[in-house]
Design a protein around this ligand. Structure first.
Ligand code: PMT
Length: 394
């Protein structure tokens, strides 16, 4: 239940709602009268896909005690932006509009997301109200510090939607993977040709990072060996940066024995130049061609499955454009994997450098399709499938 107060940060609620729904949450919205001056109920209705609740005195809704129904429906009540006025009314236990009435009537945890001018935030009464709410067991998320719409600089900015999503996920996480450990590779590799040129591919790292994030959110210990990409490191993930296939191989070898599960999601270069030129390769007059001699890189995943001590449960990926099942199953056997995740990288809007993916999982005596969804979603589903298979194979 998203309770929107009347502050300029209300505009962030549209993005927040979209991102929560993307992660599988159902979001219903209650707005104060003042909130409707900053963002329209129509916008919130369209994004949340539910009618917006805004009136305590709506005879149709209240015929069936609407505010009590809404209050019972919620698993979490998020007051965002929580203005100084909204915080004061909630602290005082008032029920003079629908939002405060629902806050009073709900049995769900309430997270207060303060957003106001820094002076109002530091005001003694606001601080005392927040202290009272904390004592009562309300969660207080934020505020962040920075430049404010009024020109002031300081504490009082509403937390960004992605940060709130992370806090909500953390709130609901039951840490069921506490005690498990994952080693994950992600992103492309770079194979140097000379000091300024290299061979690489289109991997963005999003798929591998989503898997790392999903496992860490459930309490697993996660080490992420990452090719050169700009993505932020997921919370509670140890990241090791590498450049080449050789670097990735070395880091994976160093860590594999200390993890129960290895997921090789990186798009590792299959070939690397035989020699790296010491200086920039120059054009020569009269010479329109050069030949680059390449040699096979070490197969990182095959070196892991060949381990005789502490071999982790090993999951590979197969990036295919045709005969997907046949190629995926052949990699499963040849590389001696426990599970392979095949993606059709010939399709638009999935696979390399996209926010979405679909995976077909194959293992020795089964298979399962994870249909097209955001990589974040696929990451969560995949971690669940991996853990189920891992536990069966123990
Ligand atoms: O990074 P994104 O933009 O989010 O895109 C995700 C992805 C498409 C890169 C990802 O889903 C994926 O398919 N990763 C594997 C890509 C790949 O290199 O596939 P492959 O079929 O060439 O390799 C098979 C397996 O062997 C992979 O697990 C790969 O990590 C591993 N391998 C490959 C070469 C090598 N030298 N060592 C390896 O371990």
């Amino acid at each position: 239940m998203l309770g929107i107060g009347g502050g300029i940060a209300a505009y962030k609620c549209a993005d927040l709602t979209r991102r929560l729904i993307e992660r599988g949450a159902e979001v219903k919205v209650v707005m104060t009268e003042a909130a409707k001056k900053f963002i329209t109920p129509l916008t919130m209705q369209a994004i949340s896909r539910h009618p917006v609740f805004d009136s305590l005195l709506d005879p149709t809704a209240e015929a069936s005690m609407g505010h009590i129904k809404i209050a019972k429906w919620a698993d979490l009540m998020l007051l965002a932006p929580a203005t100084a006025d909204l915080i004061a009314r909630v602290t005082a236990g008032m029920g003079n509009d629908l939002l405060t009435s629902v806050s009073l009537a709900t049995g769900a945890p309430i997270a207060v997301v303060p957003a106001m001018n820094q002076q109002m935030y530091h005001a003694t009464v606001t601080q005392e109200n927040l202290a009272t709410l904390t004592r009562r067991g309300h969660l207080i998320w934020g505020p962040a510090s920075g430049e404010q719409v009024c020109g002031d600089i300081g504490l009082g900015r509403m937390l960004e939607p992605l940060k709130l999503v992370a806090l909500i996920e953390e709130h609901f996480s039951d840490n069921d993977l506490d005690g498990m450990s994952f080693l994950i590779t992600a992103g492309p590799t770079r194979e140097a040709i000379d000091p300024i040129r290299y061979l690489t591919n289109k991997s963005s790292g999003k798929m591998g990072y989503a898997i790392a994030d999903a496992a860490a959110k459930r309490g697993a210990k996660v080490t992420l060996v990452s090719g050169p990409i700009q993505l932020a490191t997921p919370t509670n993930v140890e990241r090791i940066n590498v450049q080449s296939a050789e670097d990735m191989h070395n880091e994976v070898q160093r860590h594999a024995g200390q993890h129960q599960i290895f997921v090789a999601c990186a798009a590792v270069s299959d070939f690397t130049p035989v020699q790296v030129a010491d200086h920039k390769i120059k054009k020569k007059t009269g010479c329109d061609k050069i030949t680059l001699s390449l040699v096979k890189t070490k197969d990182i995943i095959a070196s892991v499955t060949a381990m005789t001590n502490n071999r982790p449960f090993t999951i590979g990926f197969a990036a295919e454009t045709q005969d997907i099942e046949q190629y995926a199953r052949s990699k499963l056997t040849k590389k001696n994997l426990d599970l392979i995740c095949a993606n059709d990288v010939s399709r638009k809007n999935q696979g390399f450098n996209s926010d979405q993916n679909a995976l077909h999982l194959y293992w020795a005596n089964g298979d399962k399709l994870l249909p097209l969804a955001s990589k974040i979603d696929i990451g969560h589903q995949l971690v669940s499938e991996i853990v189920t298979l891992f536990n069966k194979n123990k």
